[in-house]
Structures are given as C-alpha cells and as structure tokens.
Design a protein. Structure first.
Length: 320
C-alpha cells in the first residue's frame, strides 16, 4: 500500500509500505477514506522533535475491512470515525471519561495511508449512523470528530461550560475553534474567543463566540477582565491550547480556571498564578459526546467542507 513517512525534518514522502494485518483479536483493519495533518505533525517537520523515518497520521475516517475475533461493536463494511486515542472503553479510567489514559491504550500514528490497523477497535472506532455519507464534504467534516472536536469538547466540559457561565477560549487553531463551538453547544451564556486572525475570528463567531479579543499577553488579560467586569461576577472559565507556557494548568485570580490540553495554554503576565491541583488534563476521543455522530450528521453542529483535511494527508491548513 501507499503511506506517508517522515524521514527527517522537511523530508516527507509517500512510499510503499507493508499492508497491515490483524495482530490481536481486538484489532480492526480499516481502509482510510480521509486523513488529517495535525499541528503536532509540524513539530518533527520543523525539527522540534525527532522524525526518524516514522509513519505519519492519527486523524482518520474509513471503512472497516476486517476485524479480530473479539471485536463486537464494528464489523466489515461499517464506515467509522477513528479516535487518535486507543482505548478499550471498558476499564475504570475509560468509564470515568478519560479514555486517553486507558490502561490498555495508546495513540495512533500511521493513519496517513491507504490502510491502518486499529488496536482496541471496540473502544477506538465509532460507526457512523447510516454508513458512509454520500458527499465528500461530510466525510471530511467527520474528521473533526477524530481529534480536534473531542479535544475541544473536553476542554469546554473541563472548564464547566454551561448555562450561566462565561468561557474564554485561548487560541484559535482547530482545537480552540472546537472549544468555542463546544462551549456554545453546552449552553454557555458568553464565549470569548482570543483570536488575532480575521478568518479564524469569523469562524469563531459562526461557531458561537459572543466576543473576540485580538490582544495578547497582559493586554489580552486586561481586555478579558474588562469584558467580564474585572473582579466582579463569576469570571470566565478558560479552555484552549496553543500558547506554550512553562508551568502546569494555572488559576487566574478572580477569573475561574485555566484548563489545558496536551500542548498547554497560558496567559502571560501576573495574571498567571499558582498551579491548580484540581484542574483536568488530557483530551477525550470522539465519543466525548455519546450522540456526536448524529449531531454532526443532522447539522446541529456547524459543518465545514474545507480546512485541514485531504485524502491520505496531502493537504494542510496554514499555521498561525
């Protein structure tokens, strides 16, 4: 089969690779219909971490072609969304809602290919109701449920977004935009998107942002405080990712919790205070909302027909 391999920073090739086979009875093989290039793929591409001739890809949708003897939830012919997190969805940690920390888990890393082997298929794959959509735009949109929508949704849930709450989302990449959408879908009264890119700010508004803050650093902190009455009221809960910072998740004085994703987020200046021991960390996979597939297909969540998607990972959106 053909698959994407990164041999060194800047050296990405589509080449012949061995077609995967069932190894464990919990495995499934899928024919990949579409795959994403993730922002994290750019780390080795830019030399920020080793490339070492590794297969690429962890965001994917496709059709099941074969399953192991222990697989019960999907069958050959099912069109599925695959999580970037491998999980059995049965261990105590999974049942508590933290599938990314499954005791039998791991992470996908070779889905920019014609076929991929998916471990723990019953927990990692979710069948799309009604099978493969007829139009390619919907197929591409389902890619969001493989990683960024679940991660953004987790951030919004961890920030306790809901009726009566004000949520500030730090970062306007794919995950940040999905956190805006999730906070809006969860019923937050006010959603503040921190974005300095006009096109992304427009998407944030489309996804439910009530306010957009373009300032960064201390100016951004001051603007959010001004929007929320500074020290009065409940203050915003903050969710997002994409701004590196040197410490763990932090609590903003009089401004709720700052919840991080895998990259971590932060607000520069004196507003970043002590480490918050009760903050949550780690993305959830596509099943973060039990009915997410139905919600996407029914159009209750806005669907985009463009962005960081492409067949077998050939297209990529601009980095901020």
């Amino acid at each position: 089969m053909r698959g994407v391999v990164m041999h060194a920073p800047g050296d990405v090739r589509v080449e012949d690779r061995e077609q995967p086979q069932i190894v464990e009875p919990t495995d499934a093989i899928i024919e990949v219909a579409a795959a994403c290039i993730c922002g994290s793929d750019l780390w080795p591409y830019r030399g920020l971490e080793p490339a070492d001739s590794r297969p690429m890809g962890h965001e994917y949708v496709g059709t099941v072609t074969e399953v192991g003897s222990a697989v019960k939830n999907v069958k050959p012919g099912d069109f599925v969304v695959g999580s970037f997190c491998v999980s059995d969805d049965t261990c105590e940690i999974c049942r508590s809602g933290y599938q990314s920390r499954c005791v039998n888990g791991g992470f996908m890393s070779d889905t920019q290919a014609q076929y991929t082997r998916v471990p723990q298929a019953d927990g990692t794959l979710v069948a799309v109701p009604g099978g493969r959509p007829d139009d390619e735009a919907t197929v591409a949109s389902l890619l969001a449920a493989s990683d960024v929508l679940g991660t953004g949704w987790f951030g919004a849930v961890a920030a306790e977004a809901g009726p009566g709450e004000t949520v500030a989302v730090v970062g306007d990449g794919a995950v940040g935009l999905m956190a805006v959408l999730a906070a809006s879908q969860l019923g937050a009264d006010r959603v503040i998107a921190m974005s300095r890119h006009e096109d992304r700010a427009a998407l944030a508004r489309e996804f439910g942002a009530t306010d957009v803050v373009a300032e960064r650093g201390e100016e951004g902190v001051a603007e959010v405080k001004d929007l929320t009455g500074r020290l009065g009221g409940p203050g915003p809960r903050t969710a997002g990712r994409g701004i590196p910072r040197p410490r763990g998740a932090a609590r903003l004085p009089s401004a709720g919790r700052l919840v991080e994703g895998d990259l971590g987020v932060g607000l520069a200046g004196d507003a970043v205070a002590q480490v918050a021991p009760d903050d949550l960390d780690g993305p959830e996979p596509d099943r973060v909302a039990e009915d997410l597939g139905e919600v996407l297909l029914e159009g209750l969540v806005p669907r985009r027909g463009h962005g960081a998607h492409g067949r077998h990972g050939h297209d990529v959106e601009d980095e901020p």
